[in-house]
Design a protein around this ligand. Structure first.
Ligand SMILES: Cc1cc2nc3c(=O)[nH]c(=O)nc-3n(C[C@H](O)[C@H](O)[C@H](O)COP(=O)(O)O)c2cc1C
Length: 359
């Protein structure tokens, strides 16, 4: 009997043969066989996802931000649906660094998955102590520093929103970690000038940037007429934030093309991931979509390979920052043909960096 394979929509890509594209990428000194990672907080430490796909097949698992001590997080409700996104105020619930190292990291190591460990603190001292705990831990692919946390020593001002405090955290982490392990600073989009923050953290020793974290948002329940989240405000994620994230990656890559970027924000498909790569990201993290499609990181990687092949790329690396290059010249009769291919279009990049948020 002949079996018909019905292939529409996403299943078509899932069934398609994956083209022979070199998916190897680098985040500073870290070489990854695939440019698709999980996003911090959206896949715990990878164990739950492993029942849906082989977690060693993606770039890396980025673990939920871990703090020094165990935390129960914020009161409930702490999730709210929004159009094309969701709002969360989990409040960095977690077991604390010691239990994390014993259980979660141990599991990742035994499983053979690459682990990017995300850390978060409420003071520079807390980040210092977290970094010191990781100093002699082997098998960490990179450290992602979540600086979207309130600084308890500065009236709750979020580290990521101030270039000086953001740099202080990164200096402390870099000084106290193994110099061979890349440190990625995770930036918040809730700032006027993300390039200023990016320059500050790179100046302080960050080897790369993760961008973006969630945007601060709020939902009011019109039945109770009160905030929907117990924590009042929360972080907005999902497709709604993708254009903001792509803009941030584009601006920072235009200003600092040599700094590796792990891009994220609303990636659901391979084409979404491609947008980030073209904007200047060397790799991407897949977050919110994982809650309704746990296999999304692997599917996005497969779809990305297909999208790259369809556009004539032979490797991911070739496509990184492609959107900054001038379009191919239109040959004009008699005039010199200038080859602008591979040239950064600084005029349009500057225009984007300088333009404020307009309508
Ligand atoms: C439920 C939830 C928990 C998150 N927890 C963390 C976290 O612990 N640390 C962190 O740096 N980012 C955290 N994030 C932000 C994500 O890593 C990511 O930056 C953001 O959600 C944008 O990507 P996405 O739209 O694909 O989810 C969390 C996001 C969600 C939705």
């Amino acid at each position: 009997m002949t079996r018909a394979v019905i292939t529409h929509g996403p299943r078509r890509d899932a069934a398609a043969v994956v083209p022979d594209i070199d998916m190897t990428t680098w985040l500073a000194s870290l070489e990854l066989p695939s440019p698709v990672l999980t996003a911090s907080g959206c896949a715990a430490a990878g164990r739950e996802l492993d029942q849906f796909f082989d977690v060693t097949a993606i770039g890396a698992i980025v673990t939920k931000s871990i703090m020094l001590n165990p935390r129960s997080g914020r009161a409930t409700p702490r999730m709210a649906e929004t159009p094309s996104g969701m709002l969360n105020s989990i409040g960095l619930q977690g077991p604390g660094i010691d239990a994390f190292l014993d259980k979660d990291l141990e599991w990742l190591r035994a499983r053979g998955a690459r682990a990017v460990v995300s850390i978060a603190g409420g003071s520079v001292d807390e980040y210092t102590r977290l970094a010191s705990k990781l100093r002699h831990v082997t098998d960490i692919a990179a450290i992602e520093v979540n600086i979207s946390c309130p600084n308890v020593e500065d009236r709750g001002q979020v580290f990521a929103c101030d270039p000086v405090s953001a740099a202080e955290v990164i200096t402390a982490v870099r000084r106290n970690t193994n110099p061979g392990i890349p440190v990625l600073a995770k930036l918040s989009p809730d700032v006027t000038d993300i390039v200023e923050i990016a320059r500050a953290v790179v100046g302080a020793g960050a080897d790369g940037l993760s961008m973006i974290n969630t945007l601060l948002g709020m939902v009011i329940d019109t039945d109770t007429m009160r905030p929907a989240l117990a924590g009042v405000t929360g972080g907005l994620s999902g497709p709604a934030i993708r254009p903001v994230a792509v803009r941030c990656v584009y601006q920072v890559h235009a200003a600092m093309p040599e700094v590796p970027i792990l891009g994220m924000g609303g990636i659901r498909t391979g084409l979404d991931a491609l947008e980030f790569i073209l904007a200047g990201a060397s790799a991407v993290s897949v977050g919110t979509v994982t809650f309704n499609d746990p296999s999304a990181p692997l599917r996005v990687a497969r779809e990305l390979a297909i999208a790259l092949a369809e556009r004539g790329f032979e490797s991911v690396e070739e496509a990184v920052g492609f959107a900054h290059r001038r379009p191919d010249p239109v040959p004009s009769a008699g005039g010199p043909v200038v080859d602008h291919d591979h040239a950064v279009d600084t005029e349009s990049a500057d225009a984007v960096v300088e333009a404020g948020a307009e309508g």
